[in-house]
Design a protein around this ligand. Structure first.
Ligand code: GLY
Ligand code: MN
Ligand code: MN
Length: 497
């Protein structure tokens, strides 16, 4: 059963759509002119270079990048659609556009030719126009025509109905191979599998698909100018979200689930300014900050707490920021909170200095932060030996209080480029155009008997977004206050509005 039939069936017990010819003519007539189609998107100019990076790795191989489809949430309700990240990167189409579309890079003389296959808008005289809840204009609005999509993306476009023929063409002849991004669209994958079996290409198919997936991750390690612009916009929108969080704190302290008030304040801004949040917001007050992935956000916010908020706005293009700020709910840090906060800030600053050094590798950024964390823990008498011993192989004691990594690449995915090989990611030297986080933390759980009582229950993380430049690195989240004085002034300014 096809997906479309499936969708039809799940509504059939409730639908009473007339389908006689007279009705169809009646509903399809007397509509005004359509507005002009979309203009060429700015990202369109960057797509050929992105395609070329992929093309050079796969000579003679037909490359298939599905957008993916809807995922059922329950019964006949789906989750909001989000395109597969590689598809979004290679087409510039993010947001809610084009479930079930497929980008094909077809091997031609000297490289590849890109074609975007999708379901174009049907005419108003079609039954689809009014009766199809999946594609119909009455249901989901006027979708683009082939010409409109071509104008928007600068890509050659064709109907999804012609995809199967395009995938099959010359397969196995003249050494034309086929690779498809795995686990994205089960229907396309099954079709590719069948075609490869028939063409005698089944052996090595899984490896070809895995290589394609890895390549798509690796070519995103260095962002182009347009992508860097998107990252800056995402960070700017996130700053607005944090302003809204601070403004929400007085209401949060009076609510039994104050963390939800904070989450909601950020989420409203993220939806207003972008596609939404790039990942589930962490709003963790008091001891909840010591649970690294605290997303329940159902606790109270007490006036004496620190609240750790890890949140990022994802734009319509799907590029997301990833920012953490740890805020004193009362507007001022206590001495103990400030001591922990300053240690984390110093670790972040040391890591950022390291990132600006020529020849710095990704892993060096983490190691620089760990040096500060271990030194500070030693000075507080928490380590069983010295900081040097803890940092040496076979040590690692400081990791009791900072168990996560300091950095990850950031872009369309919050943990971007996750399939990249180790030598291109953690062990690689930083290159201009790379975007990553610096996010050290210290987490003193309230039941941690190795920690002095005065520090128990304090959890701090400070997370900033970094772009590597030709002569160093830039903290693009510099505009979101992060020093002790800066945070207190920021909070006072918003409280005084
Ligand atoms: N918010 C997820 C992370 O910081 O990695
Ligand atoms: Mn992060
Ligand atoms: Mn984060």
């Amino acid at each position: 059963m096809t997906k479309e039939q499936n969708l039809e069936r799940r509504e059939s017990n409730r639908s009473q759509q007339p389908s006689n010819g007279a009705f169809r003519e009646f509903i399809g007539s007397d509509w005004g002119e359509r507005p002009p189609g979309p203009e060429r998107a700015a990202v369109a100019d960057y797509l050929p270079a992105r395609h070329a990076k992929l093309s050079e790795r796969f000579p003679g191989v037909r490359l298939v990048l599905p957008a993916g489809g809807y995922k059922v949430r329950n019964n006949d309700c789906d989750y909001r659609f989000r395109a597969h990240s590689a598809f979004a990167h290679m087409t510039g189409l993010g947001g809610e556009l084009e479930p079930d579309a497929v980008l094909v890079l077809d091997p031609v003389e000297g490289g590849h030719e890109a074609t975007l296959y999708f379901h174009p808008r049907a005419s108003r005289s079609s039954e689809e126009f009014y009766a199809d809840s999946r594609y119909g204009e009455f249901w989901v609005g006027a979708r683009p025509s082939l010409a409109e999509m071509a104008a928007l993306t600068g890509l050659r476009c064709d109907s999804i109905d012609r995809l199967d023929d395009a995938l099959a063409k010359d397969l196995g002849q003249g050494h034309v191979g086929l690779a498809v991004v795995p686990q994205t669209d089960a229907g396309v994958e099954a079709k590719a599998e069948e075609l490869r079996r028939r063409a005698g290409l089944a052996e090595g198919a899984a490896q070809a698909d895995a290589e394609l997936e890895r390549a798509l991750s690796e070519i995103r390690l260095v962002k182009d100018e347009w992508e860097i612009g998107q990252m800056r916009e995402a960070v700017d929108a996130t700053r607005e979200g944090f302003d809204a969080i601070i403004a929400s704190l007085s209401r949060a302290t009076g609510h039994r689930r104050g963390e939800r008030v904070v989450e909601g304040a950020f989420g409203a801004k993220a939806r207003e300014e972008g596609n939404g949040t790039g990942y589930d917001t962490i709003a963790a007050s008091g001891n909840h900050a010591n649970t690294l992935h605290w997303i329940d956000n159902d606790g109270p916010v007490a006036p004496g707490d620190l609240i750790l908020v890890d949140a990022g706005v994802e734009l319509d293009s799907l590029y997301t920021a990833d920012i953490t700020r740890t805020l004193p709910v009362s507007g001022a840090f206590t001495d103990d909170q400030a001591a922990v906060y300053q240690a984390v800030l110093d670790a972040a600053d040391r890591a950022f200095e390291k990132a600006q050094e020529p020849g710095c590798r990704f892993v060096d950024v983490h190691n620089a932060a760990m040096e500060v964390i271990a030194e500070r823990l030693e000075s507080w008498g928490l380590l069983p030996g010295t900081a040097a011993q803890s940092l040496a192989p076979g040590g690692g004691y400081h990791r009791r209080w900072m168990p996560h990594g300091t950095s990850h690449h950031l872009g369309i995915d919050v943990h971007d480029c996750a399939q990249a090989r180790r030598e291109m990611y953690v062990e690689a030297e930083l290159e201009p155009g790379m975007v990553f986080t610096i996010e050290p933390g210290l987490y003193f759980r309230e039941d941690d008997l190795k920690v002095p009582e005065r520090l128990r229950g304090i959890g701090v993380r400070i997370e900033d977004d970094i772009v590597v430049t030709a002569d160093g690195a830039e903290r693009i989240s510099e505009g979101i206050p992060r020093t002790i004085a800066g945070v207190e002034e920021w909070m006072a300014a918003i409280a005084g509005r």
